[in-house]
Each structure stands twice: as C-alpha cells, then as structure tokens.
Write a new protein. Sequence first.
Length: 404
Amino acid sequence: MAKIIHIFNDDKFIDPAIELFEIAAAGCSEYFVLKNTGEANRYFKSEKVRTVHYKEKGYPQFFVDIAKENEDALFFFHALNAPKQQIVNALPDKTLKVWFVWGYDLYNSWEMFRREMYGKTTRKQTQSAPSFKDRLKVNRFMFFLMRKFQKANAKNALRHRLESYFGAQLLQALKRIDMVVPIVPTEYELVRQMGVSPIEAPFTYGYLEQFASPDVPLNTGKDILVGNSANPTNNHVEAFGKLARLDLGDRKVIVPLSYGGSEEYVAFVIESGKKLLGKNFVPVVDFMPLDAYMELVSNCGVLVFNHIRQQGVGNIIAMGMRGAKLFLNAKSPVYRYYRDIGMHIENIEGLRSEIQLRALSDTEKEHNRQLFTTLYSKERSIEKVKELLQIADAENQRKAQRHK
C-alpha cells in the first residue's frame, strides 16, 4: 500500500478517523493538522499527528517535498478550505488527491450553494442575502458561460473575470481533485454541479458504537430537540415558526446554542424562541460534557433539524438509534439519502399538526435502528475504509500509467 498523507484542521473527528485507518491499514498513514502559529491544540489527542503552520510563507512546499520523496503517495484532504486548496494546487499533477467533504467547505466555498443555506428570516438576520450586483455576477447562466469558455480553452479577459467571480483558487483545486468522499452519497451530485466529476468513494468519520450502543434503550420521551448548534445554518427561527403553530402542551423544545454562532445570532434565537414558543422554549447556552448533554436530550423523542446543507449527521444517528422521530429539511441531502433508502423520516414542511409529533411505532423505530446499524457499525465503517483504499490504490496506478 502506498503512503497516505492526511491533512486535517484541528477537529474532534481526527482521532476517530485515525482509529479507523490504523485498523484497516496499520502504519500506512501520516497525519498532519494545519494550524496558525502559536495556536494551541483543541480537539485531537493522538500522538501520531504532526502540526504544520499554514500561515508560514511557502507552507505548501512542505507537502510538495513529501510528494516528490514519495511519488506514489496518496493525499487525503479532510475538508477543502482555502489553505488546503493552496496545497492541492501546488502538488504535482501525478499525485492522487482525495477530497473528504465536510459540508462547510462545500457550501461556504461555492456562492450558489452558500446563498441557499438559509431560510428567509435567518438570511435577513445574518445579512447573508446576496446583493443585486452579486446575483448578476454569480448565477447559473454565468457559470454555464464560464464553463463554455473553459471547454473551448479560450484565454480572454471575460473568462478570467468569470473565474474570479466563482473563486479562481477553488476552481483550480477542484479540477485537480481525483476523488471525492461525501458524508452522504446524495452530496456527490452537488459536487458535480461545480463542474467536476471525480471518482466517488465511501467513508464514515467514526462508527456507530461511538455515538450510541446498538442496544441502547429506545427513547420514550416527548420533548423536542431543535438544531445541533448556534450556527445560523440550523435555520432555528423557521423551525420555531413551524412548532409555534402546534399545541405543544408541556413538551420542552430544547435548543443547543453553546457553540457555533455569534453572540448576536444567539441573542436573536433566544428572543425569537421566547416570543414564538414561550414556556416550552429551553435554550442551552453553556457548554456541556457529552454525558451531560446526552442526559439532557434523553427525553427528546422528536428531532427537528432544519439544515439545508449536510450537517449534524452524528446527532441524527445518535437520536435515531434511540428511536426519535426525525424531521429534516426536504432540501437537505441527508433527508434525501435517508428517504431514498427507506428510513422512516419526516419533512419539516409537512409538520402541520401536533398529531405528527406522535412517536414512531416500535416496528418503525427498530427499522430505523437496523438501517443505522447497517450503515454505520464499526464493522461496516472499517469495510468502507478498505473500499476507499482499494479505489484510491487502483486510481493511483491508473494515474501513474497516464503520467509515464
């Protein structure tokens, strides 16, 4: 097996990923985290990780040198933010480059996706609505025009201007990506909408037993969990508006707001929650250890996640394993994926009566639990890593032949 170079940002998913790769292909990987100079480690604990300071001039050369010393090395980019885009663009053409999609890197980097992440009220509050000028510059017609120039290999000022609108560095990196690893398969179609068609491969960060035991007791509570963070992509207020029309009785609406958003946005959500949901509204503004958080949500038999982008999959798995009724935004690739494989899942737009908040039947709960187990068990997660490495190794060999 060729050497695998992993490049992360400091995140809680690093250690679970390392565990899986070391089980599936022990000793084949080297792990790097990009950090600002002087920035302390926050999440990862593994001693296998080395730090590279991305604000030091010429930092991509560090990885270029690795690629030159190991000509068949595979480079795995866990999220494709701007510093990693620079590395992709600096690496030799013959080096295999794999993009693990995390969500923020896909939606925040591509303006046509970013502007669609928010509901009307949230968009107005966060001032994320594009200006008229921006809508003229970045739209599907302009993208079509840019692609026509690219395919014709036209070298003119208009093509250069159009590429600058869509992000020249990102576009260059996308064209150099050989493989893409989405969180859910339905996200691959979004990647293709960016004008590229890399090879798709599977992977899961962590495995089910880290989220919930396969035999965890089914939840019989009736409270409602809304969102997974204070990030505006949760579209909290739009979800509150749906719930406010229902007779919630004494149900608590628990809303985690301890991380992920600005103070101004958190204040807006709290004010809106009190106004729309009254005594049912329970904001959680202080950080809680995982055990305490799971205890808090253990009485939540309903999950309402109003993300339009892929987000909060770990929470969805954990709550689904406990038998919660899952309401997701119909525009979410996560909703479409789970719906397509036959999961009992609900569309938030269809939430019009408190009757719909009734718990799933025991048969429906067990059906969902079996699907989650099939998708995300430790055994299956290890199989996905092996499948990923087989696909990457085969493509690496094909690429080496093309560059002879």
